[in-house]
Design a protein around this ligand. Structure first.
Ligand code: SF4
Length: 402
């Protein structure tokens, strides 16, 4: 997406992570360094597309007017039924893989060979599963566009299957090392795909699946409820507003490690070489002091704990040293559970007295003779007291905490 064109999931995620990186990619159109694992994913996806495409029977589409182009009953009455086409043979599958293979982005011949073997193994195992559990796809590698309550979005969907009850299931293949059910539950990509499919097809979406190819595991979850889609729509809207306002601030984070644009990013601007040595020494000094600070604060905490144990043992609050006297101080705070306080005050018709429910406000109520004594007793009982001890120095140059 450039400013004003439809937003894809990856564009949304890129902007959400770092608006400046988004600008480098989508406005300046700077190329990224090819990476072997992306090439690998692309090749596996294209072979799977070739494998599944012969089984395709189209699904009913929504017209621009919102009406159905064909209904599922129409298809059953006279249209295509689930395909009985013969899939490609094992040899054809391997030939398709060899044909699609690309060496782009691998860092060494050994790395390329490792991926190539992994892909062959993964496709052959998938093929075995595919022969016994043939999917009923209505679309493969489908490009869909939609206006999501005013926001233009688009995406390429790996596969859309028909479910036994006549609905649709969205399938996204993953070649990543790890994948869990939580990934499917939390996937914003699947949520956006659901919106795209619901806007373009007449049949309801019945399931969302991330298919983990390395373990042949489909992580299948129900479609998102309206509220979840509403919350995501707000986040997508924020991104679109940012893009339209051309707000492209760098947001450094973990993504910087795989960002190809560090040399252009103000966050990574290099120190002038003339000042490099002096500033480098300053950083080393800062690092050493931070270390000392950590060691000292741990030592300070342990000393205060030891003093506290001695004070408890001897029942004292003042312990003299050679240059100063350590004084033990007590600080008391009260916590009141918000739910209990609210229901007690509601019961007594005093909900307007709850304020923000802060401990100070509750303590004020407890001191107020105008408040019913029984209510004050119950409020007081609901509270939990916390006592904190700390140390100060008298006569020395500093104070110490504990
Ligand atoms: S280096 Fe980090 S902060 Fe800079 S553009 Fe890349 S992702 Fe953003």
């Amino acid at each position: 997406m450039t400013v004003g064109t439809p937003l894809s999931y990856s564009s949304f995620r890129t902007y959400a992570e770092c608006p400046l990186r988004w600008k480098f990619l989508y406005v300046d159109r700077l190329p990224e360094t090819p990476r072997g694992y992306f090439t690998f994913g692309r090749v596996v996806h294209s072979v799977l597309e070739e494998l599944v495409r012969p089984l395709l029977t189209p699904g009913a589409r929504r017209l621009a007017s919102g009406e159905a182009q064909r209904t599922l009953d129409d298809w059953h009455a006279g249209g295509p039924s689930p395909s009985t086409a013969l899939p490609m043979t094992r040899e054809e599958l391997l030939a398709a893989y060899d044909h699609a293979w690309s060496s782009e982005g691998y860092t060494s011949p050994e790395e390329e060979e490792r991926y190539r073997t992994l892909g062959r193994d993964l496709l052959l195992r998938y093929y075995q599963r595919f022969l016994s559990e043939r999917p009923h796809p209505v679309a493969v590698e489908e490009h869909l566009e939609a206006r999501w309550d005013g926001i233009p979005i688009h995406g390429y969907i790996d596969r859309i299957d028909r479910t036994p009850d006549g609905g649709l299931e969205i399938v996204d293949y993953k070649t990543s090392r790890e994948l869990s059910g939580d990934d499917a539950r939390d996937s914003e990509q699947l949520s956006i795909y659901q919106v795209l499919v619901e806007s373009n097809y007449t049949e309801p979406v019945k399931g969302l699946t991330l298919y983990h190819l390395r373990s042949l595991t489909p992580h299948r979850v129900p479609p998102r409820p309206r509220e979840a889609l509403g919350a995501l729509h707000n986040r997508v809207g924020t991104v679109v507003n940012g893009i339209r306002a051309e707000a492209f601030e760098p947001t450094p984070g973990r993504q910087c490690g795989r960002c190809d644009f560090q040399s252009r990013c103000p966050e990574f601007r290099a120190v002038p070489s003339t000042d490099g040595t002096r500033l480098g020494e300053l950083v080393d000094r800062f690092d050493a002091l931070r270390n000392q600070e950590r060691v000292l604060s741990e030592e300070l905490r342990q000393t205060a704990d030891e003093l506290h144990r001695a004070a408890e043992q001897f029942g004292v609050h003042r312990i003299p040293g050679s240059r100063s006297v350590a004084l033990r101080r007590r600080e008391e705070t009260w916590q009141y559970p918000a739910e209990t306080v609210r229901s007690l005050l509601n019961e007594a018709g005093l909900s307007e007295r709850a304020g923000q429910g802060s401990p100070e406000e509750i303590r004020r109520l407890l001191r107020d003779p105008g408040v019913n004594a029984e209510l004050r007793r119950r409020l007081a009982e609901s509270g939990a007291r916390r006592v904190k001890w700390y140390w100060e120095l008298e006569g020395g140059s500093e104070s110490g905490g504990g």
